[in-house]
Ligand binder design. Structure first.
Ligand SMILES: Nc1ccn([C@@H]2O[C@H](COP(=O)(O)OP(=O)(O)OP(=O)(O)O)[C@@H](O)[C@H]2O)c(=O)n1
Ligand SMILES: C[C@](O)(CO)[C@H](O)COP(=O)(O)O
Length: 231
């Protein structure tokens, strides 16, 4: 049976959480690493459950930790936990397969973006509800960007006005995400990339600084700080 949050909600959220966290360094699967004394995954799921449109949350956990993750999340929110795959894309596909009949909007959200505010979840879902098939939250690129070749030699300066840094949750009409995953060949780093390959338009909405991806030790330190100042 699939666990359910608000039966009136129209949104299912898939939470890929099966990554190793190699760039964060030793200490176990990243989603289970502690931030303010609680696993990143707990922070992420608590904020998803606070978004009133959310009907269902499906977490893709490291295969060896599925039972432990079920127990960990039971007091946080009613969620379904499935084993993830070797690549993020496989983890998302496994979670997508566990979404029950009902929600027609599906969001994909990294456990590693543990401090993402519920308001961002709602704004992405609202953009899909308003008629867009695929929606991504983005931030402007603030650094000058160079293209670099062999020997670290600069080849040129990229026009950053046309660039965006992409976050999650990424939102999709359910049928579009299902078709994109069914058609996927090589793994891509995000789900919008699969949808782009179908030729379906992907639309940007403003992201949030709090939705940073905790990737390296500095990000975890920054997230600890944000948490103490009210993130
Ligand atoms: N096989 C994988 C790989 C990644 N993820 C998830 O995808 C999200 C984004 O990935 P990233 O932050 O890059 O996490 P890791 O793959 O764990 O990081 P690294 O590449 O440093 O090992 C994370 O919530 C991660 O748990 C997943 O579910 N299954
Ligand atoms: C989906 C994502 O978080 C968007 O920024 C990102 O592409 C995941 O990247 P990863 O490091 O390859 O998991």
């Amino acid at each position: 049976m699939t666990a359910q949050l608000d039966p009136r909600g129209d949104v299912a959220v898939l939470v890929p959480a099966a990554g190793a966290g190699v760039r964060l360094g030793p200490g176990g699967p990243k989603a289970l690493r502690l931030l303010g004394g609680e696993p990143l995954l707990v922070h992420a799921v608590r904020r998803l459950a606070a978004a009133t449109s959310v009907h269902t949350v499906v977490v893709a956990a490291p295969a060896a930790d599925v039972i432990a993750v079920r127990e960990l999340l039971a007091p946080v929110a009613p969620v379904t936990v499935v084993p993830g795959g070797a690549e993020r894309q496989a983890s998302v596909a496994a979670a997508l397969a566990a979404v029950p009949v009902g929600p027609e909007i599906v969001l994909v959200h990294d456990a590693a973006r543990a401090l993402t505010p519920p308001e961002l979840v709602e704004s992405v879902a609202a953009a899909v509800r308003s008629g867009h098939d695929a929606v991504i939250p983005v931030l402007p690129v603030v650094d000058t960007v160079k293209e670099v070749g062999a020997g670290e030699r600069v080849l040129g300066t990229v026009d950053r006005s046309a660039l965006r840094a992409v976050q999650t949750p990424q939102g999709f009409r359910r049928s579009v995400l299902s078709t994109a995953h069914a058609a996927a060949t090589d793994p891509l780093t995000d789900d919008a990339g699969l949808v782009e390959k179908l030729g379906v338009p992907v639309v940007c909405v403003p992201g949030s600084e709090y939705a940073l991806k905790i990737t390296r030790p500095f990000d975890l330190a920054l997230a600890e700080h944000l948490l103490t100042v009210g993130g």
